[in-house]
Design a protein around this ligand. Structure first.
Ligand code: KG4
Ligand code: ZN
Length: 362
């Protein structure tokens, strides 16, 4: 704690700030210090001009929550408090910058776990106040979508984006930086949530997505016929709870008949059912909205079979496909730095009354 306040004071000194703003080229660069604590990753990053990652530090709490089979909110908040200063210091150090060189501080303020979000928001407000740096609150999903700007410096809106994470499954049209039109959403479970629940049911444990991804490589995706749900009122909406129930029913019937369950086949067949729906709805949207550019975002976007399926289908249809590296798809602070940059450029500034909003809408 003492350490970070030293840096804060160094960085905030008038002398330091003047020398930077007076140093020609450097004054034009926008350096965003970004903080992300919405769930179980304590993360900080420095991003230059919304496109270049100077550092991207993540302390993952996965091992802590694995024994409980999922994220325990109280434990997540406590761990964020323990780790946040260290993670921020590391992000500044790896980027080779002081707080005095930072133009703005961006922080996820929703959606997410309220106690977890509050840690990031409180620290961001404290640094912003002490160092006199503007504060920019960022929507977590805006961050996920903006991860694409870090991987593809040439990418500009408009494009269609599939956001598939633990809490969201959205099809959006990115009209401009930070301006989204949601054209499809899930009616029940998010795609990642379905992965996690099915993984638990077949005994793979937490975190479910990466485990299903891995074991599916050894299974037959056509072994079991699971449903591909369509939502009558909106062709772009998703529904995954029926699929989850179908997997549970299949497991029950095997148990009752005394038949063995092949984990790999169930995982691969379930995964294929999710991917088929995500691909079909997304491609339909890209064709309907006509911009020829399609991006993916969120934890589920790191799924290897999903990425392969989209690559194959987009090439065939001459659609430009954008897929951030898996480490930029799952929660990280660099994506918040990219989104924060564009929010900053749009003039977004938050006051010290900024609060965590667990169910913040896009
Ligand atoms: O975006 P994210 O890191 O956090 C949220 O904002 O929710 O997404 C986490 C979700 C979890 O449900 C996790 O199981 C899923 O993304 N996930 C995956 C994979 N990696 C993470 N799902 C499928 N395949 C993966 N490789
Ligand atoms: Zn996320």
């Amino acid at each position: 704690m003492e350490h970070i306040w030293h840096k804060l004071q160094d960085g905030a000194s008038g002398e330091n700030r003047e020398s930077i703003s007076g140093s020609g080229e450097a004054s034009e660069d926008v350096l965003v210090l970004a903080i992300e604590t919405s769930c179980d990753e304590t993360a900080a990053s420095v991003v230059k001009n919304g496109r270049e990652v100077l550092s991207n530090v993540i302390f993952t709490q996965i091992a802590l929550h694995t024994v409980y089979g999922g994220v325990v909110p109280e434990i997540a908040s406590r761990k964020h408090i323990e780790k946040i200063n260290q993670v921020i210091e590391e992000a500044l150090e790896q980027a080779g910058v002081t707080l005095g060189e930072i133009t703005a501080i961006a922080v996820t303020y929703g959606p997410g776990l309220v106690g977890a979000l509050l840690v990031g928001v409180s620290v961001a407000k404290a640094i912003s106040f002490a160092a006199g740096i503007p504060l920019v609150g960022v929507h977590h999903i805006n961050g996920h979508i903006s991860a694409n700007y870090l991987e593809y410096r040439e990418l500009e809106p408009p494009f269609v984006c599939l956001v598939a994470s633990g809490g969201h499954s959205h099809l959006v049209v990115a009209r401009d930086y930070g301006e989204y039109e949601i054209i499809g959403r899930t009616r029940d479970d998010a795609a990642g949530e379905a992965f996690d629940k099915v993984a638990r049911a077949i005994g793979l444990g937490y975190p479910g997505g990466p485990k299903i991804d891995k074991i599916s490589r050894e299974g037959n995706p056509d072994a079991i016929s699971f449903p591909r749900a369509k939502v009558a009122e909106n062709e772009y909406d998703f529904s995954f709870s029926g699929l989850k129930s179908a997997v549970l029913n299949y497991l029950n019937s095997c148990r009752m008949k005394g038949e063995p369950v092949c984990q790999a086949d169930v995982a691969a067949s379930f995964q294929k059912a999710v991917i088929d729906v995500l691909v079909e709805h997304s491609l339909h949207a890209v064709e309907a909205f006509g911009c020829g550019k399609f991006a993916i975002a969120g934890g589920v976007a790191s799924n290897s079979s999903l990425r392969e399926a989209f690559e194959r289908e987009c090439v065939g249809r001459r659609i430009l496909f954008f897929s951030p590296s898996p480490s930029l798809c799952t929660d990280n602070a660099a994506m918040i730095g990219a989104a924060g940059y564009y929010e900053y450029r749009r003039g977004v500034r938050h006051g010290y009354d900024l609060n965590a909003v667990p169910n913040l809408r896009l």
